[in-house]
Design a binder for this molecule. Structure first.
Ligand SMILES: NC(=O)c1ccc[n+]([C@@H]2O[C@H](COP(=O)([O-])OP(=O)(O)OC[C@H]3O[C@@H](n4cnc5c(N)ncnc54)[C@H](OP(=O)(O)O)[C@@H]3O)[C@@H](O)[C@H]2O)c1
Length: 472
């Protein structure tokens, strides 16, 4: 048997350390050998949770199946891992120190199979070195001091050519990005997040991750019939339900207004607002308020919601974050305010969708400037191409052709979660992100809007809203 023992002290409360370390999916962020990790069992992390961790082992890779065998919140966690060659028992204990610091003691006992002990003893020095490197990695991850995000030279190069930029929208873009990601150990306990469109697709994946991270979550959905199923699914995945559910058809500005009134009455400051709800409508239709529904849901609605919630965002103690979910489709369109409402006789759902998302991207930039002094960080993100109910329903042909390269909803939602959670994600404002990096907002020079059109957008939104007949 070989035993490795390492001790680190970190400036993080014991709860945050325990939550981060006991979720073994995080090993890829700090373990010197882990290259991939996933949770295999459903439900919240606890006794009986299973993880698969792929580790580098010399020239080859080794898969370890881990199971949590003892789980005492904030005190200790024991994991037992098996691989082809050895069994390992990790005993991790957490001791609170003064001033919110924590001591983590990590003991790993390796027992080798097939009489490999002798061979293992020859590699013991190497294993000790790896153990020390892993715990240094864990200390770095928990120090949570990542620099402000920036685009790598390789990403900037990829965004210069349409084909390579589009390749980044696929699951391979996500995999490529993932290799460079820094640890995300920040805890969301005490943070209030308002998330729209939480019952399906990217919104559902975002809600699950934020509940796991301890956020106080208010979700907005439109269909009361989906409420129970959504809450049960949250509970099955995380052991928690959304703290509050509000019902609103966000394509109706009257509903948006009522929602805001209610949130103001409740009075809870909003730390993160995620404008995620959306749909691509292939057929032309207007809402009961008389507005074409794409522009209403995808542009007027997040504009009105965000502007009205400004007082609650201002009351966040750390910089509040607004995250607008846009789309790579917007790269095809140029902002022209007069073309945002498409007429029935010339309607193209994909174009209407892309124009609204382009406008929301520009609006994010305008808001970032306008609210720079308000302690509010505004960013947009696009998820690439992800296999969600939205894509399945609206773009069946596209899905058939691209199915093999589509991202999972978790992969599509990753940057939303990172923008909401990561400490460093509030160091930039007014940017468009994909895979945790700021990206260009134009792949073609012909889509660059002129200053006059940008300046018109807010006026256009106010005029369009004022012309509607909205129920008081
Ligand atoms: N998936 C992709 O590849 C992709 C690519 C680019 C951008 N996006 C954007 O990502 C966001 C999420 O899309 P998704 O793919 O996850 O779509 P999804 O699976 O269809 O989920 C959309 C969510 O928005 C809600 N929603 C739609 N219309 C609403 C309304 N009028 N009022 C309130 N909620 C409404 C839906 O509720 P119901 O279940 O009741 O309909 C659902 O919860 C959207 O903004 C979309 O434009 C997605």
């Amino acid at each position: 048997m070989i035993t490795l023992t390492e001790v680190i002290e970190v400036e993080r409360p014991v709860e945050a350390c325990f939550r981060y370390v006991s979720d073994f999916r995080t090993t890829v962020e700090w373990d010197a050998t882990a290259v991939a990790a996933q949770k295999l069992s459903p439900g919240p992390v606890g006794k009986g949770s299973h993880f698969s961790v792929v580790c580098k082992a010399g020239p080859t890779e080794l898969t370890l199946d881990y199971c949590i065998t003892e789980f005492t919140p904030w005190q200790s966690v024991v994991l037992e891992g098996t691989s082809r060659f050895f069994h390992v028992k990790d005993v991790i204990t957490f001791d609170p120190l003064s001033q919110g610091r924590t001591r983590i003691t990590y003991v790993a006992e390796f027992r080798f199979r097939y009489g490999l002990d002798l061979l293992a003893r020859n590699t013991e020095a190497g294993m000790q070195k790896m153990g020390r490197a892993s715990l240094r990695g864990l200390a770095r991850a928990l120090a949570d001091g990542n620099p402000a995000p920036s685009a790598s030279a390789d990403t900037e190069q990829k965004d210069r050519k349409l084909a390579t930029a589009l390749a980044c929208f696929t699951r391979y873009g996500h995999r490529r990005g993932r290799r460079k990601w820094l640890p995300m150990s920040s805890d969301m306990a005490g943070k209030h997040v308002l998330l729209t469109g939480a019952n399906a697709g990217l919104g559902f994946a975002t809600a699950v991750s934020l509940l796991e991270a301890g956020a106080t979550l208010t979700v907005v959905i439109r269909d009361p019939a989906k409420l129970d199923t959504m809450q049960q699914a949250f509970e099955a995945e995380t052991g928690r339900r959304a703290d509050r559910v509000e019902l609103a058809d966000l394509s109706l500005l009257g509903d948006v207004n009522k929602l805001c009134q209610k949130l103001h009455q409740q009075g809870a400051p909003i730390d993160v607002l995620i404008n995620n709800a959306g749909a691509l409508f292939n057929d032309y239709a207007t809402t009961s308020e008389g507005l074409e529904r794409s522009v209403s849901l995808l542009l007027l609605s997040p504009w009105r919601l965000t502007e009205q919630l400004l007082p609650l965002l201002r009351r966040s103690t750390s910089p509040a974050r607004v995250i607008n979910v846009v789309s790579g489709g917007m790269y095809t369109q140029k902002l022209r305010c007069d073309e945002l409402i498409m007429p029935d006789n010339n309607y193209d759902g994909t174009v209407a969708y892309a124009r609204a998302k382009r406008a929301l991207t520009v609006l994010t930039e305008l808001w970032a400037q306008q609210w720079a002094e308000d302690n509010i960080v505004m960013n947009s993100m696009h998820p690439g191409w992800a296999d969600t109910p939205g894509v399945q329903n609206a773009l069946p042909g596209f899905r058939r052709v691209t199915k093999k390269v589509l991202r999972t909803p978790d992969e599509g939602a990753d940057t939303v979660i990172w923008l909401a959670r990561a400490t460093e994600a509030d160091k930039l404002t007014g940017k468009l992100f994909l895979d945790r990096e700021p990206r260009t907002t134009h792949l073609r020079t012909r889509t660059r809007e002129d200053e006059g059109e940008r300046a018109r957008l807010l006026k256009w939104l106010n005029e369009t809203y004022n012309a509607l007949e909205i129920e008081a």
